[in-house]
Design a protein around this ligand. Structure first.
Ligand SMILES: O=P(O)(O)OC[C@H]1O[C@H](O[C@H]2O[C@H](CO)[C@@H](O)[C@H](O)[C@H]2O)[C@H](O)[C@@H](O)[C@@H]1O
Ligand SMILES: O=c1ccn([C@@H]2O[C@H](COP(=O)(O)OP(=O)(O)O)[C@@H](O)[C@H]2O)c(=O)[nH]1
Length: 907
């Protein structure tokens, strides 16, 4: 596949930097273009609007400028709909709808549009002719036959997803029929999405950005990524995304979410919709929402809000055109002496047209003096006319309009002018400009661009916008609009009165707020921001991928093991040597809380621990009793409570705890933990000697996380505000530890004790360290890294040479990794241990440490030859370990292999 001309910019240092630079670039590219009108040359639509095929083609066949990024816009509907006129000729018309309007304003990119032309073309001749006609407009058709359109578009998209996403339940009488036809419609939906994907794949060039749009194409990101996982794929939803409680009623709920998550970037009009989506992923799929999006097994899908805008300049300029001026004059004359109210909607249930008309009726009912002084012009664009619900709505609206006009009309005038048709751009602009009050009463609406367009055309009249609080636009235009609940007819009627009587200065003020917003948040900005964010997301994902360690090469690890003579194996316990735990078992039952060694590991552990050349340490956050119970039978070292307690299974426990470790905070933290445990079903807490941990891994994930946030707030403001503690947040836990309690801080003391105890004569020449450790404990991996700076290198630290030590105390500092601050912090906690000699147990520990045997003078305890060190993080996405092990199955397999290469004491 040939690459396109787009040259990605140098990797920016920060997201903000990149966005700023791109904004500058955009500005300067406009400058280079010479004048603003030149921008239109690259768009799908000209300033004068495209009313016929020739004009459209002329504007669309723009030169390809090398600087522009290729953008494949994939939407169900092309910006033009085709009507067949002959065997190989078509009439092309601009499609009506917010999605098309917004994307027509996008000119920053070298754009191709892939979608359905709204016509069934079964024959090859017709398909070829239409493809050719559309190609001139940079449109690429997806041919859907009638059956697919019926099942996919009319059925699954518009009869199931559309009402669901707009919180409109299905009408009772249709519910069962829909339930029955659900599967076939969903199959057609998937099939149609694959057909879109096939066309994209055919036209895709390396470096293209593929931007999928709307609820029709939720399956598309997955199809595309399955074909080519390097594709940059974004998905944007133009409708609301409902609360997860609504989404979870959908039989295909999980499949759809997972498919969308295949995209790199997922966008919504508002934060609410984005939040609902993340919450659906968490509640339905059980995967984690992060501040950036949704993360599943290392793959981050960025989720964000990108409120759409309009090409406001186009509307503003149109008002000066003679054609528009003439129409405005006509309207003024036609409705002289009457205030004009306007509704412009597709004839769709979500637009609340009956509610709007009923509110207007109530207003006329209660305000007789307005009856001959106001008119409501309702443009109701026919849409989805093959869907029975839409047909019913048409009759319903006609009936209400007829009744009201009959009730309040006169021989010469009617209060409602209802048009079942669409208007062209100029007629629409004139109408917007001539309007006194625009009435948008959507029951739910992704954004609602009509409200933006009205505002853009009101620079001189400064009319009032009455806007449903359930339209996405309410969040952006709420400052200037009168917000209403469309279901509350009394409120809407009162707002109509308020709007009609509004004094000029208030209208002016309100208009200014909104005009500023509409003219600064344009469709160009919207698209540019989305694509820029998508590019950023890809760069960040690449950086993240580089941080992901490779999988452990088992064979190498086993070979090195068999060739070495003095090996050290450090193993975590929880999620390392236990059986896999995935929250609730089937039927919502809690799995056993008690941690147990994976049964398949018992034998390998036995063999390994019996090998005289191998020393095993289980280094765990768990308490002593848990380790005793699970590992008491083996010949190994147990390091409980993150290494604060140490024991060779044949000996007693020793402690490394500093005697003056302040544990006064425990009771008050415990109270907080008790409180949250009682209120968070299936959570529990564990009180250890040096820490206390609240665990919600069996609780409802999302609720657990909310509770964890609250819990932290309670802690920070209360019991721990003055204490010297570490609060460590795990995936599903909150742990409070005394400062200095960490696996990394403990490892050198453990190592010293082992060397001393074993009377080691030769250096450790192989280290394997496996754990599912918290980030805070990951410094244990770095401890053995030979290539670390010499002044703090663990090799140097582990140098057991009396001449090397200034004092008789072995100064095994904790860790060299991380910032200076963390270095000092750990130093401090260790020196606490070293300085305080009051405790017998602690001094017993130090005694063993001090008297540790040395190897040959000056020689190192560790001699890993660079490569004989295998640190492995288990089921982690990012880690400072050298390698990854994915599952407990991998651990079983590795330790079994090592066991097979071990020798028993007698051999
Ligand atoms: O293509 P149709 O089935 O005839 O429907 C027309 C479009 O309706 C929806 O528009 C939405 O997008 C607007 C722009 O983002 C937004 O302002 C509005 O609130 C939405 O309803 C639909 O989402 C589009 O896919 C359709 O093309
Ligand atoms: O006769 C009409 C009526 C509406 N529109 C356009 O249709 C879009 C409607 O978008 P909106 O976001 O308000 O709602 P949607 O129809 O997409 O749900 C707006 O851009 C209107 O300018 C149009 O071109 N001709």
């Amino acid at each position: 596949m040939p690459g396109n001309n787009y040259c990605p910019p140098l990797t920016p240092r920060s997201r903000l930097e990149r966005l700023l630079r791109e904004r500058e670039l955009r500005k300067s590219s406009r400058y280079i273009d010479g004048n603003k009108d030149a921008e239109y040359n690259d768009s799908f639509i000209s300033e004068n609007d495209v009313q016929n095929e020739e004009e459209f083609a002329e504007t669309a066949v723009a030169d390809e400028r090398p600087r522009k990024q290729r953008l494949l816009v994939v939407a169900n509907r092309l910006p033009v709909s085709a009507v067949r006129e002959g065997v190989d000729s078509y009439h092309l018309e601009i499609s009506v709808g917010g999605l098309v309007s917004a994307l027509l304003g996008v000119k920053e990119f070298d754009t191709r549009w892939i979608g359905w032309a709204g016509v069934n073309v079964p024959d090859e001749v017709g398909q070829r002719a239409l493809t050719k006609a559309l190609a001139e407009m940079r449109c690429i058709p997806v041919f859907l036959d009638e059956e697919i359109v019926n099942e996919y578009y009319n059925g699954y998209c518009n009869n199931i997803l559309w009402p669901l996403f707009h919180y409109l339940g299905l009408p009772q009488e249709d519910r069962l029929a829909t339930t029955r036809s659900f599967q076939t419609q969903f199959d057609a939906y998937k099939k149609a999405n694959q057909m879109f994907a096939d066309v994209v794949n055919k036209h895709y060039e390396d470096g293209d950005v593929v931007w999928c749009h709307d609820y029709h194409l939720m399956f598309l990101p997955r199809c595309l990524k399955e074909y080519n996982d390097k594709m940059k794929v974004g998905w944007f939803l133009h409708t609301p995304f409902p609360s997860s409680e609504i989404h979870r009623t959908l039989p295909s709920r999980s499949e759809l979410l997972r498919s969308v998550l295949a995209a790199d970037l997922v966008g919504f009009h508002t934060y609410d919709y984005a939040r609902h989506f993340v919450s659906a992923c968490t509640r339905i799929l059980g995967i984690e929402g992060t501040p950036e999006g949704v993360e599943d097994q290392g793959k981050l899908t960025r989720v964000a809000a990108f409120p759409i805008g309009i090409d406001s300049e186009r509307f503003i300029r149109a008002l000066d055109l003679p054609e528009v001026q003439n129409r405005m004059k006509e309207l003024k004359e036609r409705f002289a002496g009457r205030k004009v109210m306007l509704g412009v909607d597709r004839l769709d249930m979500i637009k609340g047209i009956p509610q709007k008309i009923l509110a207007f009726e109530k207003f006329l009912e209660e305000n007789s003096h307005w009856r001959d002084k106001v008119v409501l012009l309702q443009i109701a664009v026919p849409t989805r006319t093959n869907v029975p619900e839409y047909q019913k709505l048409t009759s319903q609206v006609h009936e209400i309009v007829g009744r009201i006009n009959g009730r309040f009309g006169t021989l010469t005038a009617v209060p409602i002018h209802h048009l079942d048709r669409s208007l062209d751009f100029h007629a629409l602009c004139a109408l917007y400009a001539a309007t006194d009050v625009a009435l948008v009463t959507s029951l739910r609406d992704g954004m609602n661009l009509v409200s933006y367009e009205f505002v853009a055309c009101q620079a001189s009249k400064k009319g009032v916008l009455i806007l449903s609080e359930f339209a996405g636009a309410a969040q952006s235009l709420g400052a200037g609009a009168i917000l209403v609940n469309p279901w509350n007819i009394t409120e809407v009627a009162a707002s109509i009165g308020y709007a009609l009587d509004m004094p000029a200065d208030e209208r002016e003020k309100r208009h200014q707020f909104n005009f500023k917003h509409v003219t600064t948040h344009t469709s160009q900005e919207w698209a540019a921001t989305f694509v820029s964010e998508l590019n950023d997301t890809i760069v960040e994902a690449q950086l993240r991928t580089r941080q992901v360690p490779p999988l452990l090469p088992n064979k190498v690890a086993v070979d090195c093991y068999s060739k070495s003579n003095n090996r050290l194996i450090i193993l975590g316990f929880n999620a390392t040597l236990t059986e896999p735990v995935d929250g609730l078992g089937s039927g919502g039952q809690i799995k056993e809380l008690e941690l147990k060694v994976h049964p398949d590991l018992k034998e390998p552990l036995k063999k390994l621990s019996d090998d005289p050349k191998t020393t095993i340490v289980v280094l765990s956050g768990s308490g002593r009793a848990v380790l005793d119970k699970n590992f008491g039978e083996y010949n190994m070292w147990l390091a409980a409570e993150n290494g604060m307690f140490l024991r060779l299974t044949s000996s007693e426990w020793m402690t490394t705890m500093p005697e003056n470790l302040n544990m006064d905070w425990v009771d008050s933290v415990k109270h907080v933990f008790e409180y949250f445990t009682e209120r968070t079903p299936r959570s529990h807490f564990e009180l250890r000697e040096t820490s206390i941990i609240w665990n919600y891994k069996y609780a409802d994930v999302e609720f657990g996380r909310l509770q964890a946030k609250d819990l932290l707030q309670h802690l920070w403001t209360g019991p721990i505000s003055n204490a010297s503690l570490d609060v460590v947040q795990g995936g599903r836990s909150v742990e409070v530890r005394a400062v200095g309690v960490s696996k990394g801080a403990a490892i050198d003391r453990i190592l010293g004790e082992i060397v001393h105890n074993k009377g080691m004569k030769e250096p450790i020449d192989y280290v394997l360290c496996i754990g599912h450790f918290l980030a805070k404990d990951e410094d244990v991996y770095k401890f053995f890294e030979p290539e670390l700076p010499s002044e703090s290198s663990p090799m140097a630290r582990a140098m057991i040479s009396n001449s090397y030590r200034p004092s008789s105390l072995p100064r095994f500092s904790a860790s060299k990794s991380g910032s200076k601050a963390s270095h000092y912090k750990k130093q401090r906690s260790l020196s606490n241990i070293e300085i305080d000699r009051a405790s017998d147990r602690a001094s017993a520990w130090r005694q063993t440490g001090r008297d540790r045997i040395s190897l040959n003078e000056g020689s190192s305890v560790l001699d890993l030859k660079g490569d004989n060190y295998f640190s492995c993080a288990v089921a982690r996405k990012r880690s400072s370990a050298r390698y990854l092990l994915k599952t407990s199955h991998d651990i079983v397999s590795l330790l079994s292999d090592l066991a097979d290469h071990s020798s028993s004491p007698s051999t």
